[in-house]
Each structure stands twice: as C-alpha cells, then as structure tokens.
Write a protein that binds this ligand. Structure first.
Ligand code: ATP
Ligand code: MG
Length: 974
C-alpha cells in the first residue's frame, strides 16, 4: 500500500500511541460521533504540512496537542509519523520507503519536520508531495463538511484543483521563484544602470579632460621642441657672433696696440727730431757765421796777396837778376804751397772716403746682425705668446676634457649646493704647484658640493641629460686627516723634508676640512731620493710627493717621470701663465732695446751715406783744382830753374799768406761741404717731421675710429652675452637641459625657424586653461570600471532574459499540461457524472480560453431531467455528487496514490452511496482509499474496517472490526 502506516501520539484525542497499518486498498474507519475519526484525517494532513489553524479546527496550532481529559493530563508533544511505500517513486524522493514525521512542542510552539528521521524544512515536505495528487489543493483529501466547497467555489479557486491534477504546481512554484529572482535581478539592474550612468558621465567628462591633457602634453612637447630649438639656434648664433666679435676685437686691440706703440714712438721721435732740428738750425747759423768770417778773411788775404803779387810782377819786370830770381822763387814756393796743400787735402779726402766706405760696409754688417737678433727675439716672443694663448684658452675652459664637470659648472645656477672643482678652490703656494697637483691627483677635477643631497641632485641632472660623469665631494662628509707627531719629527730630522702638503695651499676657510682630508696626511719633500729615505723611515705609512711631481704612495708604490707636455693642472697652469708673462715682458723690453739700437744704426748709416756723398763731391771738385795747382807749380818751377837759380840762393821768405789762404780755403770748403750736409739733413729732417706729423694725425684719427669700433664691439658682446645667458638660463631652468644635450637631442633646424610658433603655442596652451594631467590615467581607469559595470549590467540583462525565457518556457509547459489534463478530465467527467447521477450532463468550462495560465474553471452541470441552473442552487447531495464526479474523473485521468474521504457521502441516498462505493471499489486497483464513514453501503465495500472508540473518556483508541461489528458500532452510537 502507498500509505503503509500511521503512528500518532499526543495528537488531539490520540493521547496514547496508536499505530494504524494499512494493508488493503480500501480502509474504512468507523465509530461513534466524537470518537476521533476525523482526527486521523487531520493527522495525515498535518504531517503533510498543513499550516491553516482553521482547517485543523483549532484556534492555535498547539490545539492539536492532546489537551488532557477528565482523568488524563495534557501532554506537551504531538507527534505523527506517516510511512509511505515509495517503490514507484510517487513521492519526490529516491528512497523506497519514506517516513514523514511532524512534531509540535507546546512550550516552544514550534513544529519540527523529519523525513526518514532526518530533520528538514517545511518546504522539503511540500516538495516531497508536490504534484503527487496529494497536495493541499487536490481533491484527494476531503475533510468532513468540505465536500460542497468544490461546487460552491469561485472558478479561480477551483482552477487550482486542476493545476494540482495537471502536475504543474512545481512549475508554478518555480515560476514564482523565477519571478522573485527576476524582481531582484531587475532591482540589481536598476542599481547597476544607475552606476553605469554615473560612471558613463564620469567617463565622458574624463574623456574630454584626457583629450585636453593629451592636447596640452602634445602642445607642451611641441613648444618644448620649438622653443628649445629656437633657444639653441639663438645660443649658437650669439656664440658664433661673440666668437666673431672676439676675433674682430682681437684684431682691433692688436691694431690699437700697434698704433699706440707707433704713435708713442713717433711722438717721442718727433720731439727728438724737433730738438735735433733746432740744434741743426743753430749749427747751420753758426756754420754760416763762421763761413762769413772765413769769406771775409779770404777776402782780406786775397787783397794782400794781390798786392804782393803786383809787387812781385813789378820786381820781375824791373828788378835785377837776383831780385827776379828771388821773386820767382817766391812765386814758385807759393805755387808749391798751394799745390801741396791741395794734394794733402786730396789725400786726406780720399782717405776719408775710403774710411767712410769701409765703415759703411762694417755698419751694414752690424745692421744685418742687429736685424737677425731682432728677428730672433721676435720669434721667441711669438712662440711664448702662442704658449700663453694655449694656456689661456685652457684656463678659460678648464673642464673641456671632462664633459660631466663642464655640464655641472655651466648649469650651476639651476642646480643647488655646487661650489667648484677642487683645483679651483685651492691655490698652491709658489713652486709647490706640481707637488700639490700630484698630491691631489685625480681629485683635482672632483666637484665640491654642500652635501650629499646636492651631489645626488647633480648626478640625476647629468643622467637625465646624458651629459657625462663627474665625481662629487660633499663638504659635509670631509673628515680632516693629519700626520702623526712622531712621523713629523722623523721627517723633520731627515734631509729634504719640506712640510705637510696642506701647509702649501691657500684656500677659503670653509674648505679647511676638505683640504686636510685630501692633503693633511701627504708629505712634501724636495727630491725622489729624499722621499725614498723618508718613506722608508716612516715605514711607508704616508704618501710623499716631490717638487717634481714624483710620488711614493702609502705602501711603497712609486710613480714619477715627466711627460713631454708638463704635468699640467689648473694649479700649474696658473703658475706657467705667470712665468710666461714675465718672460714675454722681459723679451719685449729686450726687443725694444735691440730695435732702438737698430734705429740708431740706420740713422748712422744714413748720415754716413750723406757724408760720404758730400766727401765724394768735394773730392771731385778738388781734383781739377789740384791739376791746375800742379801745372802752375810745375810751370813756375821750370821758369825759376831757367833763371839758373843755383847762382842765386833764394832768400828766406817770411811771408805765409799763402799758408793762411790755403788754411782759409780749406776751412771754407770744409764748411761749405758741412753746411751742404747740414742743409740736406735739415731738409730730410723737416720732411721726416712733416711726414711723421701727418702720420701721427692719421694715427689719431685711426685710433679714434678703432676705439669707437671697440666700444661698439663691447656693447654688442654684452648684448649677446645677456641674450646668451638668458637662453642658457631658460634651457636649464625651464627644461633642465644643458646646451649640448639640447643641441644633440632636441634641436631641429626647421623648428628653430618658427619663432612665432612659440608665441602661438604658448597662447594655445594658456587658452586650454586648467588642465588635469592625471586625466588620461583616470580616464583609462574609469573606462575600465565602466566596461566592468557595463559587462555586469550585460550579465544581469542576460540573466533577466534567461529568467524571462525560463518563465516563458514554464508557462508553455504549464499551458500544455494544464490543457491536456483539463481536456482529459473533461472527457471523463460526463461519463462519471452520468453514471453517478444516472444520466444528465456535466462539463468543465474555461472562463478564458485564451488565457490558459490564469483562467478560472467553471463547471456546467445538468442533472438528468433538470434544466441548467446555478450550481449554488443544487442540493447538498447533488453538490456532493458533483464534487465526487469530478474527483473520479480526475482519478480516471491520472494516477492518484491515496484518497482520504471524511464522510463525503454523508448526504447521499442509499442508492447513490452504493454507486459511490462501487466506484471506489473500481478505483482501488490504482488508488488507496481511507474512507471515514457512517454508511453501511460504503462499509460493505471496504477491505478492512477500523473502529475508533474511547474506552477511556476523551482518549481515542483503535481496533479492527468486522462489518457487522462496524454497523453495530455505528448504530450503538446512533
Ligand atoms: P463525528 O462522527 O461526529 O464526525 P468524529 O469521530 O469524527 O465524530 P472527531 O471530530 O474526530 O470525532 O473527534 C472530536 C473529538 O476529539 C472531540 O470529542 C474533541 O473533544 C476531541 N479532541 C479534539 N481535539 C482534542 C485535543 N487537543 N485534546 C483532547 N481531545 C481533543
Ligand atoms: Mg468526523
């Protein structure tokens, strides 16, 4: 049997444990009124999950617990267990046998459900019986007094009976669940939609902001490229211009210097020459005066000579032989004197000319020599100047070979805490330059900084610009070092020790610690030999340097020697520069001396040339005169000899007028020559002076022009420098770039041409207003969120659609199953109806055929021989028959495992009871019936009968009875 057993204890009137076993298809339950029959039916419904207090016929659920009787105490627990045979899997469980239990405790008022002794929820009980035909809403359990309900129910209420019969309850339940899920999904969708809308708004606004930021960045980059290019080009231009100006300036300066020198020299010369000319004028006038005196003297002497000659002529004409001879002799003697005098003068002049030629030759050789020594000096000066230039240019760009250091020094303004290189913060004392340079070694190019932060900053700057490497010494970490006292004592007693290196350095006070950290433990000695001795005595514990730049390191390693180019550092360079400058100055002084000497020689040469010329002229003039005097003397001598002079001894002539004349002539002639020479010289001098005056005037004009030009160049340089510096400053402060970096990495020639672009871009950037540079990132982030939420929304929409389609599917299934079952039942109903009523018609009618899901179910009944009337107007028996017909039609249409009837046939007449009982009998092959009844007709069809009695007042008990006992039992009561 489907329901195998009922076990009750404490339920309503069943205070004691009662077990009913069902072994037969039709079980009848009989007994007097109030004995507890209906309580059995109640118990079954209760276990199957009945929740309605009213249908349990109580006012509270605890009313089902045995409440005590006259001599029985009430109990606290009601418990009922049903045992089902589930071999055919009628119940929704995989077990062959299913035991369902419900308990209720009075004090907690709580129900407890168990399936197969395992506690479970109410809904598990519902699931278990759902669509088995045993459900709450089926017609299979009909309680006492509810038989007319079916006929009287509203079409919609009636519908559920057919739904239960059609087995669509589970779909309905699932649909309700799906709908509530759908509601929740929709709520979530709404919430998600709100979020998506909000995020979308954010995305849109961020998209605009990001675009703007992108635009800003692009423009900024463009601006950087263009502006940096323009700056680089400007800097290049200004640098080139300055370079040119420098060259020009150099030329102008050289020209000015040379003109100034020349002007000075000429000024000086001019003064001397004017002096000379003044003296010359005096000499000339003196010579002229002297000349006049000689001319006068010659005049007097000649007059006297004429008188003497007249007297002699007279004597020669009229005198005696002796007198004549005497006179002749005198004439001859005079002629001889004159001739001798001229001859002597000739010899003298010739000798002088020869001497002058000789000394000219000599002087020219001297001039050549002098020229050579001037040339030698000049080329020496040139060489030295070249060396000085090189040193100067190295001093001007001390970090040329070290890009990193150069970059840092060039950008000192935009960095912080940068001092200078070590080589520039220390100055070596005289003669210690090489030693200190050697002692400092590589650190000479290290950059001094305030502290480590400044160094880190500068290193990052170098990195960013790829501008080279540099080593930094933060002042904050410099720790002074020193030479131990005993070591100093040892060194002091050795030969050649000069002192500790730090003593030979001049520096600002702030660098004292730095100086001592680098040089405080280095000893300076004169030579490598001394160094060797001292190093040994100090056990090689200290570094020693020599004046020559040799080193003995701590531990004894030595290095030394000499490079072709001197060991140079900024310290030695400064020293070399000074030395060179002194040397050049000395050489220049020497050059001036030599040049003066040269000038003197040249002037002498010129003078000597003039003198030679004059002497030659004088000689040429003398020669014909010499001939005249000789032939006169020879003629007179012949004449005198013809006079036979041996006989007449000539008297001594005391007259020396001729001698005097000779001397006067000579003086006059010499004076004439000298005067001519003087005049010539004066002429030359005055020409010279004039030329020089013109030149000096020219020089002054040139100088004026050059000075103006120089001034202009300085102005231009200053202007260029200002622009240059502002360009470099902007590069460094605005873009943190060195010029070299910008030139190599950013400079674009075309971009540099578009100076206007800079202004345009700046305006465009300004016009962008506030820019959120984080926007692109925020946009990406928010877009991602937007996508995420949109996808979630999509998932929800998908879920909703799935739910909708599930609901639709279930609707379809429900419609089909409902209609199928409805049709089946409707086919059986008229047959059952007419069988039970003995004719007549009955039909189920759908209120709205188009809405099978919701339509109510009406029933159209026409008992035999009666016209159609309102179903409510039927008699109680008729109403029972209608309900029973419908139930039987359902039983025909589908399998129902169990039916429990509580006096459903109470209102029927005996003939109808018979028909009813027969029907039950007929269905009993498939359906188990438990029938509570007072009617013998029904009892007669039962396989087994149970009598319910109350042997103890108020407590029901059960016993199997025979049919006649049953009838008796009923009648005993009645
Ligand atoms: P009838 O033939 O008149 O229909 P019946 O046999 O169906 O009678 P029931 O309705 O099953 O009788 O039983 C009713 C009896 O059960 C009443 O006497 C009532 O007092 C008793 N009863 C109901 N609930 C309880 C309870 N909680 N405790 C004790 N007795 C109860
Ligand atoms: Mg009853």
């Amino acid at each position: 049997m489907f329901l195998k057993k009922i076990e009750m204890q404490g339920f309503k009137s069943f205070a004691d444990r009662v077990i009913i076993n069902f072994d037969d298809p039709v079980t009848g339950v009989v007994g007097p009124n109030g004995c507890g029959k209906s309580n059995i039916s109640d118990a079954i419904r209760w276990v199957l999950g009945e929740q309605s207090v009213k249908s349990m016929r109580g006012s509270s659920m605890t009313d089902v617990i045995f409440n005590g009787s006259e001599n029985r105490k009430k109990v606290n627990l009601a418990e009922v267990t049903l045992v089902f045979d589930n071999e055919h899997k009628v119940l929704n469980s995989e077990y062959e046998e299913v035991e369902v239990t419900r308990r209720l405790y009075r004090d907690t008022r709580e129900s407890e459900y168990l399936i197969n002794k395992v506690s479970c929820r109410l809904r598990d009980i519902h699931d278990l019986v759902m669509d088995t035909g045993l459900g709450r809403d089926s017609l299979s359990i009909i309680s006492q007094g509810t038989i007319s309900y079916f006929a009287e129910a509203k079409p919609l209420e009636r519908r559920v009976i057919f739904e239960e019969a059609a087995g669509v309850s589970k779909y309905k339940k699932r649909k309700i669940e799906s709908i509530s899920k759908l509601e929740r999904t929709k709520e979530n969708m709404d919430r998600m939609q709100d979020i998506v809308d909000e995020v979308e708004r954010q995305v849109n606004s961020l998209k605009r902001a990001a675009k703007k930021a992108e635009l800003y960045k692009n423009k900024k980059e463009m601006l950087q490229e263009v502006e940096v290019s323009v700056l680089v080009r400007d800097i290049k231009e200004f640098t080139d211009a300055n370079e040119k100006i420098k060259e020009q300036m150099f030329k102008v300066d050289a020209e000015i210097a040379s003109i100034e020198t020349s002007e000075g020299v000429y000024d000086h010369e001019l003064e001397a020459k004017r002096q000379e000319m003044y003296k010359m004028d005096q000499d000339i006038s003196k010579a002229q005066e002297l000349m006049m005196s000689y001319v006068r003297e010659i005049g007097l002497l000649e007059t006297r000579k004429v008188e003497i000659d007249e007297r002699r002529k007279y004597t020669l004409e009229v005198g005696d032989k002796k007198a004549k001879a005497q006179e002749m002799y005198a004439l001859m003697n005079d002629a001889k004197l004159e001739y001798d005098d001229r001859k002597e003068r000739h010899t003298e002049l010739s000798a002088e000319v020869e001497f002058l030629v000789e000394s000219n030759y000599e002087r020219n050789r001297k001039i050549a020599d002098q020229q050579q020594s001037v040339g030698t000096l000049q080329s020496a000066i040139n060489q030295l100047s070249n060396r000085l230039d090189i040193i100067n240019s190295r001093l001007e760009r001390p970090f040329e070979s070290n890009h990193g250091v150069q970059a840092v020094m060039n950008n000192k303004a935009s960095l912080f805490g940068i001092h200078d290189v070590i080589g520039n913060v220390f100055t070596a004392k005289d003669d210690y330059e090489v030693a200190i340079t050697t002692a400092l070694a590589g650190s000479i190019m290290h950059l001094v900084t305030d502290d480590d932060k400044a160094a880190v900053n500068a290193i990052n700057f170098l990195k960013k610009n790829g501008a080279g490497r540099a080593t930094f010494i933060p002042l904050s970490v410099a720790r002074p070092r020193s030479v131990a006292n005993d070591a100093v004592t040892v060194a002091t007693h050795a030969q050649g020790y000069l002192g500790v290196a730090s003593d030979f350095v001049i520096n600002d006070e702030v660098y004292d610690d730095l100086r001592d950290s680098l040089l405080g433990n280095v000893l300076v000695v004169d030579t490598i030999e001394s160094a060797n001795v001292i190093a040994k005595r100090l056990q090689y514990n200290y570094k020693l340097v020599t004046l020559d730049g040799d080193v003995i390191h701590r531990g004894g390693t030595m290095s030394g020697g000499k490079n072709r180019a001197n060991n140079t550092s900024m310290l030695t360079l400064k020293r070399d520069k000074e030395n060179l400058e002194t040397e050049i100055a000395a050489k220049k002084d020497a050059l001036i001396n030599e040049e003066n000497l040269m000038n003197k020689l040249n002037i002498e040469n010129k003078d000597a040339g003039d003198t030679l010329m004059q002497r030659r002229i004088a000689l040429a003039q003398l020669e014909p005169l010499l001939d005249v005097k000789r032939s006169k003397y020879e003629r007179l001598k012949m004449e005198y000899e013809e006079m036979n002079p041996d006989e007449i001894a000539p008297e001594e002539q005391g007259d020396d007028i001729v001698v005097q004349l000779n001397r006067a002539y000579m003086e006059r002639d010499e004076l004439t020559t000298n005067l001519a020479l003087l005049r010539e010289r004066r002429h030359a001098l005055s020409g010279d002076i004039q030329r020089k005056e013109v030149l000096i005037r020219q020089y002054r004009t040139d100088l004026n022009k050059l000075t103006q030009e120089r001034h202009g160049l300085i102005l231009e340089t200053t202007k260029n420098n200002t622009k240059l510096e502002s360009g470099l400053e902007r590069l460094s402060s605005e873009y943190q770039m060195t010029f070299d970096y910008a030139l190599e990495n950013i400079y674009d020639e075309d971009a540099a041409m578009s100076r206007d672009e800079v202004l345009k871009l700046r305006n465009e950037i300004n016009a962008l207003g506030n820019v959120n540079l984080e926007a692109p990132e925020e946009y990406a982030e928010t877009s991602e969120r937007f996508e995420f939420y949109t996808k979630q929304l999509g998932d929800l929409v998908e879920a909703r659609d799935k739910l909708l389609s599930v609901i639709e599917e279930m609707d379809e299934i429900m419609v089909v199953q409902f209609k199928e079952m409805f049709d089946k039942i409707n086919k059986e109903l008229p047959i059952v109806f007419s069988a039970l009523f003995g004719g007549g018609k009955a039909k189920l009618i759908l209120e709205d055929e188009n809405d099978l899901l919701n339509t109510g179910v009406d029933i159209d009944v026409q008992p035999p021989g009666k016209s159609v009337q309102n179903i409510r107007l039927f008699s109680g028996g008729e109403k029972s028959l209608i309900a029973i017909s419908t139930l039987f039609a359902i039983l025909k249409a589908r399998h129902v495992p169990l039916c429990i009837f509580d006096e459903v046939e109470a209102a029927l007449d005996s003939a109808n009871v018979e028909r009813f009982a027969n029907y039950i009998r007929n269905f009993s092959d498939d359906t188990q019936f438990i029938v509570i009844t007072h009617r013998p007709g029904t009892m007669a069809q039962a396989d087994v009968l149970y009598g319910v009695t109350m042997p103890t007042k108020g407590v029901s008990s059960m016993l199997r009875v025979k049919l006649d006992e049953a009838i008796e039992l009923k009648e005993a009561q009645a």
